[in-house]
Write a protein that binds this ligand. Structure first.
Ligand code: MN
Length: 243
């Protein structure tokens, strides 16, 4: 994968692919969103206007600041839950891409005492703790479950802490990364880990990756992120759904 600094135009192109990949790989559906930090100014991020991610084109991408204000909106609005992105970018200078999904296999792990843990090497990045965001702690008993303001976004970013993934009770989760391919990889493999872990738990006691195995496997996987990214792009081309 190229390590050359990206232009804004390149980031927008990659963001369009990321939107469509996440739908094609069953992480997003009509809902959920993905963003990338603006490579030309760290206090802004790029995200689609409020729309179904499968339909996003470069013309739909907006620039948003860390207060959640869209610039050069031209009448367009972005997602109500943009504060998920703005507050994570504010809290985590290392994060350059964020995925928020309602990916279905995550839900059981957000609403029970069962903790999501790495069941195989591809999801080793989960490590020993995936935190769960409890919106009631900051939003009270009667929210509509959406992270619709900066205070809720801050609370979610606090829960995420230094981790790559946080679950959101009764809602979904967030996955972050140092690039779109890494954040997308983490979103896809968090969903698959949750599905496999639930299957394994139904069979019996589960042997998870150790901390040492998780660390070593993650280092290996981080060198391979371009491979699935190229595959996921090719699947879109073959399906006739490439941008
Ligand atoms: Mn949501």
């Amino acid at each position: 994968m190229s390590t050359a600094p990206m232009t804004r135009e390149q980031a927008i192109d990659e963001l369009v692919w990321a939107n469509r990949i996440l739908v094609n790989e069953n992480v997003l559906d009509g809902f959920g969103h993905v963003s990338v930090r603006d490579p030309e100014r760290a206090d802004r991020f790029l995200i689609a206007r409020s729309m179904a991610p499968a339909l996003v084109t470069a013309a739909d991408v907006l620039g948003c600041d860390l207060d959640g204000t869209v610039h050069d909106a031209q009448g367009r609005r972005t997602y109500m839950e943009r504060f998920i992105h703005s507050e994570i970018y504010r809290a985590r200078p290392d994060v350059l891409a964020v995925v928020h999904s309602h990916s279905p296999a995550l839900i059981p792990f957000g609403v029970t005492g069962a903790r999501l843990r790495p069941i195989c090497h591809m999801s080793s990045f989960l490590g020993s703790l995936t935190p769960v965001f409890e919106i009631r702690l900051s939003g009270g008993e009667s929210t509509d479950m959406l992270v619709r303001n900066a205070a809720l976004g801050r609370a979610l970013a606090d829960t995420l802490g230094p981790h790559p993934v946080a679950l959101m009770r009764g809602h979904g989760g967030v996955a972050v990364g140092v690039s779109l391919p890494q954040a997308v990889f983490r979103a896809v493999y968090t969903e698959s880990n949750a599905r496999l872990q639930a299957q394994a738990m139904a069979l019996g006691a589960v042997e998870y990756l150790s901390a040492g195995e998780s660390g070593a496997a993650t280092e290996t996987n981080n060198g391979q992120l371009d491979r699935p990214w190229q595959l996921w792009k090719q699947r879109l081309v073959e399906a006739g759904r490439a941008p």
